[in-house]
Design a protein around this ligand. Structure first.
Ligand code: PEP
Length: 244
């Protein structure tokens, strides 16, 4: 039986004071229930803050990226082992903003997923099509290409992945995939994961999820929760999504 997982992606937002308030509110107000898990992925400098504020709570924390390299002359990069030092449970890899602005290719994303898994960190591997790709009717081909790259790199580690379907046209735009549109892609991804022996991998939806559309999305058979950007910065909104 798959549960529900809701993960906040703070992106490049926050500051010590604002984070302290947000983390304290989430920790105080989140009532865990069986099969419902909550996590936040914070900017690197705030990992110790998240670790301090959330240790001993049922809320997990993670990073928004990870290097594909183990160590060495890679200025500006952060390795999976460093994330593990701060108790990270998750690392997002292949977010469309990384693919679009920082040159993360399918091969790099796959290597990042592998390096996270090697240290026991769960990669949240993002896949998703652009608006042009959706309009060109190649959504399925794009998300399967992105997923296949990760599956090929991680082998039997596939069962320890989390996958997030995030249509690029829905991220931060206020435009959400309809539950049926999202479910159709999730079913495609689920079928591919089943072939790889990883049918129970959590499949999150991301893209302008809000308190008022989360329940309809999460009610779909193959949607196991959400990756939440903007709405994860507001306690009441984020927790309402997590309870949806
Ligand atoms: C995201 O950044 O992963 C995301 C889904 O953002 P938003 O919820 O703001 O669309």
């Amino acid at each position: 039986m798959r549960g529900k997982l809701v993960v906040g992606n703070w992106k490049m937002n926050g500051g010590l004071a604002a984070n302290a308030a947000l983390l304290a509110e989430i920790a105080a107000q989140w009532r865990p229930s069986p099969g419902r898990d909550l996590a936040v992925c914070v900017p690197y400098p705030y990992l110790p803050q998240a670790q301090g504020a959330l240790a001993g709570t049922p809320i997990a924390w993670g990073a928004q990226d990870v290097s594909e390299h183990d160590a060495g002359a890679y200025t500006g990069e952060v390795s999976a082992r460093m994330l593990a030092d701060f108790g990270c449970r998750f690392a997002i890899v292949g977010h469309s903003e990384r693919r679009q602005f920082f040159g993360d290719t399918d091969a790099i994303v796959a290597a990042k997923a592998g390096s996270a898994l090697a240290t026991g960190i769960t990669p949240i591997a993002c896949v998703g099509e652009t608006l042009a790709e959706r309009e060109g009717r190649v959504t399925e081909a794009v998300v399967l290409r992105q997923l296949d790259a990760v599956l090929a790199a991680v082998g039997s580690g596939a069962t320890r992945l989390v996958i997030a379907y995030e249509p690029v046209w829905a991220i931060g735009t206020g435009r959400t995939a309809s539950p049926a549109e999202a479910q159709a892609v999730h079913a495609t991804l689920r079928a591919r994961l089943a072939k790889a022996g990883a049918v129970d991998v959590p499949l999150l939806y991301g893209g302008s999820v809000k308190a008022d559309n989360a329940a309809a999305l999460f009610a779909m058979a193959d949607i196991d929760g959400g990756l939440i950007g903007g709405a994860s910065l507001k306690t009441a909104e984020f927790l309402a999504i997590a309870r949806a």
